[in-house]
Design a protein around this ligand. Structure first.
Ligand code: IMP
Ligand code: MG
Length: 169
């Protein structure tokens, strides 16, 4: 396992994202929607740096079966527990890869007519993109490698690693 970003680098990126989000949302009382499970560590570090009123929601999607390939079909396994109509919504995701998952979720949320809808992603693999995705707040643009740690898994393992690492074949 080789470390791509260590804890200090991740913390610096999270702090920077938190400042950008604070600048744009501090008077908006937004709903932050995290995508489980991968986002759980990033989301918890991010929101502890946001010192203004906000609400948290989580959705669970299925797109990956297991392994490293997306199945291309996305389903909402666990949806929202509050209405988001006329709310400022910020979606928080761990990684945007092909973009299929997040494009599906953004379209799904848009139908609920939020006042605004933006995306914060910790990591992005632009070289893998199959559908266009606009990332409003980005931590790291990463190479085409399979990443684990800091919430990211391979077959449900390695989420607990404190660094973001490259999974070796
Ligand atoms: P997409 O639909 O291909 O963009 O896939 C997005 C989802 O696939 C992410 O939310 C992750 O759950 C998973 N994923 C994509 N790339 C990686 C990776 O490098 N490591 C771990 N999970 C990944
Ligand atoms: Mg994910």
């Amino acid at each position: 396992m080789c470390c791509l970003y260590n804890q200090a680098e991740i913390e610096a990126a999270v702090n920077r994202l938190a400042s950008e989000i604070t600048r744009d949302y501090q008077n908006k009382h937004p709903v932050l929607i995290g995508i489980l499970k991968g986002v759980f560590i990033f989301m918890s570090d991010l929101v502890r740096n946001l010192d203004f009123p906000l609400e948290l929601e989580f959705v669970r999607l299925s797109s990956y079966g297991s392994g490293q390939q997306t199945s291309g079909k996305v389903k909402v396994v666990q949806g929202l527990s509050c209405p988001i109509r006329n709310r400022d919504v910020l979606v928080v995701e761990d990684i945007v890869d092909t973009g299929i998952t997040i494009a599906f979720l953004m379209a799904y949320l848009k139908k609920k007519r939020p006042a605004s809808l933006k995306l914060c992603a910790l990591t992005d693999k632009p070289s893998r993109r199959q559908v266009p995705v606009n990332i409003d707040y980005l931590g790291f643009s990463v190479p085409d490698k399979f990443l684990v740690g800091y919430g990211l898994d391979f077959n449900e393992k390695y989420r607990n690693l404190p660094d973001i690492c490259v999974l070796e074949e």
